[in-house]
Design a protein around this ligand. Structure first.
Ligand code: NAD
Ligand code: MG
Length: 398
């Protein structure tokens, strides 16, 4: 069967940063892509405006009341988009027969089930939701294989690695002639902060990332370096890389998005302005290259590229993520769940910045780690870790 001319795209998390960037790229190519289904948690106003502009077949809200309100607004505006609500509906638009590609851009563990639904039904999955791979890497990769899905990483680092690898996955990295993967990290806004300064970090400071514009959770993750830790685990599953084959390199300019070192000494890198429309356009158009709206890289203006080793003493989250990866089983899911609770508590002013690694470390060391043999095991581990993190906050001040 020849490829369809217009690709129907479901965007999970359409109202978020990645969702908005995806719609920006889609709008540049009306002859290639159609926003078939758009989803959001509770943001009725933004989803309504998107429905007005893109006229999707479906709009899905996680929240039922938000869905009712969206339905009313669409009816008044005379739009025929069908409104659905709930997790089942998110899975429905991810697995829908008419859908070719699914942008998985819900933040956190909430994105897991719809991403698995897309994998099982053989879609082209544009994976931004790294938490899916962190929680259930083995199960998700199995679902991709079994469902005959095509998995394309959106995270800029993994997209860069994908671009400089001759093929996405090898039986072992060595068999592909690859020595190691070098994941770059901006180092976040507190790269040079002292211990005292780190303890006193405010929410406003943490939300001010030097190079990237992102949703609040991933922005805090970038400031603690947990984002890099989650990305190490993500790289492990995507590229079949052992923990020792993954190195984190702090590169404050965020121009090199990651690198691959080959056994002959060659190091291949992908460069570009820090704008998520590049990886999104790459994955939407793959294997073709399409316009993204991103401006040319001005190397004369950048002038220099710096590199540093990450400091896992001041930023324990990176060490904790490597530990969880080495422990395996449900450990990464536990790490992720404890992190989500801790970041939410930090954003709500309930704990300090350095309380985030403290909570995660404690939850991880007390947890019983089991084999991540089924989705229900992973979801149960996630639930228990959330409970443990909340209890820890009630018992200790951080
Ligand atoms: P965001 O907070 O800006 O947007 C999140 C989206 O998910 C919103 O549309 C929201 O309505 C939806 N959502 C939130 N909770 C939900 C729930 N419980 N059920 C259903 N929908 C829900 O986040 P973002 O920055 O766009 O990031 C999205 C994902 O992409 C994250 O996993 C993040 O780690 C990853 N990512 C983002 C960037 C970036 O530059 N923003 C880069 C790489 C990876
Ligand atoms: Mg990234």
């Amino acid at each position: 069967m020849s490829a369809p001319i217009i690709q129907n795209v479901t965007i999970l998390g359409a109202t978020g940063t990645i969702g908005l960037h995806t719609l920006d790229v889609i709008a540049r190519h009306p002859d290639r892509f159609r926003a078939y289904a758009l989803t959001a948690n509770t943001n009725v106003d933004v989803l309504f405006e998107q429905c007005r502009k893109f006229e999707p077949v479906y709009a899905v809200m996680l929240d039922e009341r938000a869905a009712d309100s969206l339905k009313t607004k669409l009816q008044i505006a005379g739009l025929v988009t069908e409104v659905l609500f709930g997790m089942d509906a998110l899975e429905f638009v991810s697995a829908h027969l008419d859908v070719h590609a699914v942008m998985a851009a819900i933040v956190g563990a909430a994105g897991l089930k719809p991403a698995i639904a897309a994998a099982e039904s053989g879609k082209r999955i544009l994976l931004a939701n790294k938490e899916t791979l962190v929680m259930s890497g083995s199960l998700f990769m199995q679902a991709v294989e079994k469902g005959g899905a095509t998995l394309l990483p959106i995270d800029s680092e993994h997209n860069a690695i994908f671009q400089v690898m001759p093929q996405q996955k090898f039986a072992t990295l060595k068999s592909g002639g690859i020595k190691k993967i070098l994941i770059t990290a901006s180092g976040g806004p507190f790269r040079k902060a002292t211990d005292d300064e780190l303890s006193a970090v405010t929410v406003k400071q943490a939300l001010n990332h030097p190079n990237w514009v992102m949703g609040p959770k991933i922005t805090v993750d970038s400031a603690t370096l947990m984002n890099k830790g989650l990305e190490v685990i993500e790289a492990h599953w995507l590229f079949n890389a052992a923990p020792e084959q993954i190195e984190v390199v702090v590169h404050p300019q965020s121009v090199i998005h990651s690198m691959v070192e080959y056994v002959d000494g060659s190091v291949l890198a992908q460069l570009g302005n820090p704008d998520m429309r590049t990886p999104i356009a790459y994955a939407l158009g793959y294997p073709e290259r399409i316009e993204s709206g991103v401006s040319s890289l001005d190397l004369f203006k950048i002038a220099r590229l710096d590199f540093e080793e990450p400091d896992t003493v001041r930023f324990p989250c990176l060490r904790l993520a490597f530990d969880a990866l080495k422990k395996g089983g449900t450990a990464p899911a536990i790490l992720n769940a404890a992190n989500e609770i801790a970041v939410e508590a930090f954003l709500n002013g309930k704990i300090g910045f350095m309380g985030i690694p403290r909570i995660i470390e404690s939850v991880l060391s007390d947890a019983t780690i089991s084999l991540a043999s089924s989705l229900s095991t992973v979801i149960e581990a996630d639930k228990l870790a959330r409970k443990a993190a909340k209890e820890w906050m009630l018992t200790y001040s951080c």
